[in-house]
Design a protein around this ligand. Structure first.
Ligand code: ADP
Length: 476
C-alpha cells in the first residue's frame, strides 16, 4: 500500500481523478501537491482551483515557472506551455471534485485510522483535544486550524505518510451534501457528531435542515465505522435514529456511554469533572474553562475509547490541552478584571452555551459586561435570533451590553424586553468606540465577555482591552 510523494506517478493520479492526459510523460513522479502558485516548489503538481476571489487557472503559468512539473486543469482550459512543453497536463471536468477524488484514493492507500468530527460548534476544540489524546501513543495527523472544507480536508489527507497511525479531521459545511461528500472522501473509522445548532440557517432553513445535513455523516460512513453522538442533543438523536445504526453516546445526562458529572471550576482557571465509562470513573482536570469544553472533552474521550486508547492517555491528553486563541479564552487583566475572549465566531446556540459557561466565572461583587457583534448567515431567522440573543444576555445578569453590527437594534430590543434598562445597552459604531465604552464602564473585579461572528473581527476589541489594561494574575 502507501502512496508517497516522490513515487506517485502521473498515471496513478490520472486514474485516481478519472482525468484525461493532455500532455507529458505518464511515468513522471511528483514531489508534492500545491494549489498556491506562489508556494509551488520544484517538481510538484499544481492544482488549479476556483475560489471566490481567484481562479487558479490564471496562475498556471506562474506555477510552471516556479517549477511545477504537472498541472491539473479544467477541461477546455488552454494551457500556455510554449516554454515548458514537457509539463504533465491532466484535464478533468471539475478540479475541486478531482482533488477530493485524489484525497479519497490517497487515504485508502494508507493504513492510518481516521477520525472525522462534525457539529455546529466545538469542532476545532474537539479535534485538538482528540489529537492531544491520540498523540500520547500514536503518530497523529490533524488538520491545521479550521481547514475543514472541500479544499482543507483533501489538503490534510494528502499529507498522510506511511508512518501516520491516526488522522483527526474536522468537517464543516454550509449547504446540504457537503458532509456527505467529505465523509466519502475521508472514509472515517470513527465518525463523531457533536451537536446541532442554529448555524448556517441561510443555506439549511431550520434546525431540522441542519440536523439532516450533519447526519449525512452517518449515512455515508461504512457499516464498520463507529458512530459517536451527543446523547443529550435531542434533535441530533432524533435525526440519527433514522439510520438505525448503533452508536456510542457522550454527554452529561444519564444513560450516555461516556458521561461527565460533578463539574467544578478549578482555582487555576480550568474546569474539573468526573469522567465515567466502562463502569469506572476518573477525575479529569481541564486547563480550559466552561461546561461546553467538558462536552467537547467527553466527545474526544468517546472517540478515543472507540480506538481502544488506554484511560491514562485519555486523562493525560485532555489535561494537556491548553485551549485555542479566541475560543472562550480566559485572559486575566490588571485590577482583577477577567476578559473572556470568545471572538473567534458566534452563532445563537454557541452564545447560549457559552453565556452559561461564563456565569460561574463572574465574581459576586463584580459586573458582567458583554460585547456582542452580529451573528452571520442566519437568513430569515436573523432578526429573531438577535432579539433572542439580547434577551439571553439580559437574563444572564449582564450589567452592560455593548452591541455592534447591523442587528444592534434587534439586540437592544431583546435586551430591554429581558429587563435591561435602556441606558445599559450601548451601541458602538466601531471597534474603537466599543473599546472606549467598555474601558469607561469596567471596574476592578469585573468580567468582560466578547463574542461575534468571524466577519466582525472582535479580536480587535480584545486586543484593545488587553493593550489598555495589561496582564493580571489568574485567580478564578
Ligand atoms: P467550530 O470549529 O465548530 O467553529 P470551535 O471549537 O472553534 O468550534 O469553537 C468556536 C466557538 O464555539 C467557541 O469559542 C465557543 O464559543 C463555542 N463552542 C465550542 N464548543 C462548544 C460546544 N460544545 N457547544 C456550544 N458552543 C461551543
Amino acid at each position: 500500500m502507501s502512496a508517497e510523494w516522490g513515487k506517485v506517478s502521473s498515471k496513478e493520479i490520472l486514474a485516481a481523478v478519472k482525468g484525461r492526459m493532455v500532455s507529458g510523460d505518464p511515468k513522471l513522479c511528483f514531489s508534492g501537491f500545491n494549489s498556491d502558485s506562489r508556494a509551488t516548489d520544484q517538481g510538484e503538481i499544481f492544482w488549479a482551483l476556483k475560489g471566490d476571489r481567484f481562479d487558479g487557472h490564471d496562475f498556471v503559468s506562474r506555477a510552471v515557472q516556479q517549477g511545477a512539473s504537472g498541472v491539473v486543469i479544467q477541461e477546455g482550459f488552454q494551457v500556455p506551455l510554449e516554454e515548458s512543453p514537457h509539463t504533465v497536463v491532466i484535464a478533468v471536468n471539475d478540479t475541486l471534485r478531482a482533488l477530493g477524488d485524489l484525497a479519497a484514493w490517497w487515504r485508502r492507500q494508507h493504513a492510518a485510522r481516521v477520525v472525522a468530527i462534525t457539529g455546529s460548534s466545538g469542532k476545532t476544540t474537539t479535534k485538538e483535544m482528540t489529537a492531544a489524546i491520540l498523540e500520547k501513543g500514536n503518530k497523529t495527523l490533524k488538520n491545521q486550524g479550521n481547514y475543514n472544507n472541500l479544499i482543507g480536508l483533501p489538503v490534510t489527507l494528502l499529507k498522510l505518510v506511511e508512518t501516520h497511525e491516526r488522522v483527526v479531521v474536522e468537517m464543516g459545511m454550509n449547504h446540504k451534501g457537503e458532509i456527505a461528500r467529505l465523509t466519502e472522501i475521508a472514509a472515517p473509522d470513527v465518525a463523531a457528531i457533536l451537536n446541532v445548532g442554529m448555524v448556517h440557517l441561510e443555506g439549511l432553513g431550520d434546525m431540522d435542515g441542519v440536523a439532516e445535513a450533519k447526519t449525512e455523516m452517518i449515512e455515508k460512513s461504512s457499516p464498520e465505522a463507529k458512530i459517536v453522538l451527543n446523547g443529550d442533543d435531542g434533535v441530533l438523536m432524533k435525526h440519527a435514529a433514522r439510520f438505525g445504526r448503533e452508536s456510542i453516546t457522550f454527554g452529561l445526562g444519564e444513560g450516555n456511554h461516556i458521561r461527565g458529572t460533578h463539574i467544578q471550576n478549578r482555582e487555576s482557571g480550568g474546569v474539573g469533572f468526573d469522567l465515567t465509562f466502562d463502569g469506572t470513573t476518573w477525575p479529569v482536570k481541564l486547563g480550559v474553562p466552561g461546561t461546553h469544553n467538558v462536552k467537547n472533552a467527553l466527545a474526544a474521550a468517546a472517540i478515543a475509547w472507540c480506538l481502544n486508547e488506554p484511560p491514562g492517555h485519555i486523562i493525560k491528553g485532555l489535561g494537556a490541552f491548553q485551549g485555542i486563541k479566541g475560543r472562550f479564552q480566559t485572559i486575566p487583566l490588571e485590577n482583577d478584571i477577567l476578559l473572556i475572549d470568545d471572538t473567534y465566531n458566534a452563532n445563537p446556540s454557541a452564545l447560549k452555551t457559552t453565556l452559561h459557561s461564563a456565569a460561574p466565572l463572574v465574581k459576586k461583587d463584580g459586573q458582567f459586561i458583554v460585547g456582542l457583534g452580529d451573528m452571520g448567515e442566519l437568513g430569515e431567522a436573523a432578526v429573531s435570533a438577535h432579539q433572542e440573543a439580547g434577551k439571553r444576555i439580559a437574563d444572564s445578569g449582564a450589567s452592560w451590553l455593548f452591541a455592534m453590527g447591523t442587528h444592534v437594534e434587534d439586540v437592544k430590543e431583546g435586551a430591554i424586553d429581558g429587563g435591561m434598562s435602556l441606558n445599559r445597552v450601548v451601541i458602538a459604531k466601531s471597534h474603537d468606540e466599543m473599546i472606549r465604552g467598555i474601558i469607561q464602564k469596567v471596574k476592578p473585579k469585573d468580567t468582560v465577555f466578547l463574542k461575534g461572528s468571524r466577519m466582525m473581527q472582535f479580536e480587535k476589541v480584545s486586543e484593545g482591552l488587553q493593550n489598555h489594561f495589561g496582564p493580571g494574575f489568574p485567580d478564578r
